[in-house]
Design a protein around this ligand. Structure first.
Ligand SMILES: Nc1ncnc2c1ncn2[C@@H]1O[C@H](COP(=O)(O)OP(=O)(O)OP(=O)(O)O)[C@@H](O)[C@H]1O
Length: 694
């Protein structure tokens, strides 16, 4: 009889690996396993914390004993003076009547104190004689331990709170409790909530860094938003405090990384641009733009996006725009159109590399710009047509690639159109006749730029616009909406900051009107979400590299030499005063003119923000009434100015009943119908209201 041997299933390598992965994942996810045992890094950190704790423990014990002693003395003093009885008598103005009682009680308590002291002394002496000195040591130890428990730093522990706690700025690095207090004072966590220290305070660069976890349900974005309150609680200037969310692996919605600079991080001398030492650059590589407060380099991608720089005069707008363009100058395969409406020396050197260059602020310059833009519209259309005909290997999508941009046979170089003081052409009222219709040159420039910003990036067109007047009237909202990257240096108020950086950015903690006038070249950069190395970072405060005229001239000379060597020097730089090849009629058809469009005129502030906030509520069937307090809070507006501006726009506040959590209340607010009427009135007669708005 033969027996068949059934082989026991062998534990395969893959099976073993699967089992191991499951066990490891269960271990790391189990709430019962202490966090310190879940990873090598956490264990290392825990060991380090333990060692630091062990070294510091004698000092902490001593401090607790001293604090406990003070607490005990204070308690005894108040007891022996019968403080509670005395206060009650004082409060009821019966101190004179009760004086005898209080005095007797005080004397009695002094006697009790004396008797207890003497009794303890005698008992200890006897025990010392009988059992030896160890009794004294033991009694001392027990008393110290008792005092340490009494004086330990716990929430709600007794003890006097120092009125002047000294400079909080650095104490938090020594004592995490100060940090917790600061979060509480800034109302970022509740009275009974605490923080969890993820990484203990360490020295990083010229400041201190710490990572904390907020209590459950508290959001890191709120800390970023209320950075100023936290800076005040920590007694530092808000420019010194950097608050970031920790995201991705190792981060979550309640984890915050703080970094506090020792000093004003933008107070030191500015650094020169590293592009000065670059012999050439690739336009597809992000340009080194500046450094953040922690001295980390901030880079700005330019291809496939566009840039808007806005600021009040003399804050470093032109310098910032030139920095962005410098990377393109150093790439010989890049074509440049430079229109300098500032009409100064700042852009002059780029004439030697630019395909088209002009400097001036007359209507003739605006008309020349119109011709350039029309030419570029035709160029973009031509590129899309030619891309359709290319095979998938050369052009996989309807998007220009690095190879395509460098191939002279395809003739699709990365083309940048740089306009400094773009408000000059946008506000120009010279009449143009397009397809039999009269239109202001400024409006037409706005239309063309909007079209180019929308359609151009994929075809390799990069827009770099700088403006001294970032208000809603100058830069049409349609154009703003399609400009991918924004850089706001100091502006007048939060509205202007929002116009450059985007709606509601001030409520998220990014307001460039808060920057200091002395911080030249410091601004808030909101890069295009697609191109940044860290898409989670919404915006960063950056100090741009310093590139004075002499450095700019060096870079432009180098760009010219590179183009000469590659044979790519064209147009103005090559000495050809060629006129743009364009067809205005086609461009008008492509872009559509203002008259043909149904686009409505821009609304003035704060009406535009109110309309944006109300959204669907503005339509029939929506709300009838909106409280002023709600609008002021949501739009972060100053109440008096808001009321005045709304009044000028024909919206008068009234009283109405609204249902709140506390019941029905009478509040001031606006009738939505009246807001709707103001919008219609403004859109029908914008000029009349515009005057009123000024
Ligand atoms: N990164 C920087 N670091 C230090 N200083 C800077 C920096 N960038 C610009 N500045 C200083 O700011 C001054 C103004 O710069 P810029 O000419 O770019 O301002 P602007 O905003 O374009 O002014 P305007 O609106 O008058 O044209 C410069 O002369 C320069 O000294």
């Amino acid at each position: 009889m033969t027996r068949t041997h059934q082989a026991r299933p062998a534990i395969t390598e893959a099976g073993l690996e699967g089992w191991w992965t499951r066990a490891a994942s269960r271990w790391t996810q189990s709430p019962r396993v202490p966090a310190a045992l879940k990873s090598r890094r956490a264990a290392g950190r825990a060991t380090k914390n333990l060692m630091v704790g062990a070294v510091r423990s004698p000092f902490r014990f001593l401090r607790a004993v001293v604090r406990g002693f003070a607490v005990a003395v204070r308690w005894w003093r108040s007891w022996v003076r019968v403080a509670d009885y005395r206060q009650a008598a004082e409060a009821s103005e019966k101190l004179a009547d009760k004086f005898r009682d209080i005095r007797e009680l005080t004397l009695f308590r002094w006697k009790v104190t004396g008797a207890t002291g003497a009794g303890t002394g005698v008992a200890l002496s006897v025990l010392d004689l009988v059992c030896g000195h160890q009794v004294l040591w033991l009694a001392g130890g027990v008393a110290a331990a008792g005092l340490a428990v009494l004086g330990r730093r716990n929430d709600g522990s007794p003890g006097r709170k120092a009125v002047l706690a000294g400079p909080r700025a650095l104490t938090w690095t020594m004592d995490p409790q100060v940090l917790v207090d600061a979060f509480r004072d800034a109302k970022l966590i509740g009275k009974d909530e605490a923080l969890r220290l993820v990484e203990r305070t360490t020295r990083q660069g010229d400041g201190w860094a710490v990572v904390v976890d907020l209590p459950a349900t508290r959001k890191a974005t709120d800390v970023v938003k209320n950075r100023e309150a936290l800076a005040s609680a920590l007694a530092v200037d808000e420019v010194q405090l950097i608050v970031e969310r920790v995201r991705g692996r190792g981060g979550h919605a309640g984890r915050v990384a703080l970094w506090v600079a020792d000093d004003d991080p933008y107070g030191a001398a500015p650094q020169r641009t590293p592009l000065l030492s670059a012999q050439r650059w690739d336009a597809w590589r992000p340009v080194p733009f500046g450094r953040d407060a922690r001295q980390r380099q901030v880079e700005l991608p330019l291809v496939w996006t566009s840039l808007l720089v806005g600021a009040i005069p003399r804050q470093g707008k032109t310098f910032a725009a030139r920095l962005a363009v410098a990377g393109l100058v150093l790439d010989p395969h890049t074509r440049l159109y430079v229109a300098d409406f500032k009409a100064g020396k700042d852009w002059y050197a780029s004439g030697q590399v630019a395909h088209r260059f002009m400097s001036g602020d007359e209507p003739e310059h605006v008309l020349a710009l119109v011709d350039w833009l029309v030419e570029l519209v035709g160029e973009v259309q031509g590129r899309y047509r030619r891309m359709q005909a290319l095979d998938d290997e050369v052009c996989p999508e309807s998007k220009i690639t690095p190879d395509m941009s460098r191939d002279p046979r395809l003739d699709m170089p990365v083309t940048a159109i740089v306009i400094d003081e773009v408000q000059v052409p946008l506000e120009d009222r010279t009449a143009l006749e397009i397809q039999g219709k009269r239109i202001a040159a400024g409006e037409y420039v706005g239309e063309l730029l909007t079209w180019l910003a929308r359609k151009g990036p994929a075809a390799g067109i990069v827009l770099v616009l700088a403006t001294q007047r970032p208000d809603s009237r100058t830069i049409p909202s349609g154009l703003r909406a399609v400009l991918g990257s924004r850089f706001a240096l100091r502006v007048m108020d939060w509205r202007d900051s929002n116009i450059v950086l985007g709606e509601q950015m001030n409520t998220r903690g990014y307001d460039s009107s808060r920057l200091l006038a002395s911080h030249k070249g410091v601004g808030i950069l909101r890069p295009d979400g697609d191109g940044t190395s860290d898409p989670d970072v919404l915006a960063t405060t950056v100090r741009t590299y310093y590139m004075p005229n002499e450095d700019w001239r060096v870079i432009c000379r180098r760009g010219r030499a590179l183009r000469q060597a590659e044979g790519t020097l064209t147009g103005n730089a090559a000495g050809h005063a060629t006129l743009p090849v364009f067809d205005r009629a086609t461009a008008a058809r492509v872009v559509g003119t203002m008259a043909e469009r149904t686009a409505e005129p821009e609304l003035p502030e704060p009406l535009a923000s109110v309309v944006a906030y109300l959204g669907k509520d503005l339509q029939p069937g929506g709300r009838d009434f909106v409280p002023t307090a709600e609008l002021v809070a949501e739009l972060d507006a100053e109440a008096t100015a808001f009321g005045l501006q709304m009044g000028e726009l024909g919206c008068k506040p009234r009283r109405d009943r609204v249902t709140t959590e506390m019941g029905v209340r009478q509040v001031r607010g606006y009738l939505v119908a009246e807001i709707r009427e103001a919008v219609t009135r403004y859109r029908t007669h914008p000029a009349v209201d515009a005057e009123g708005d000024r």
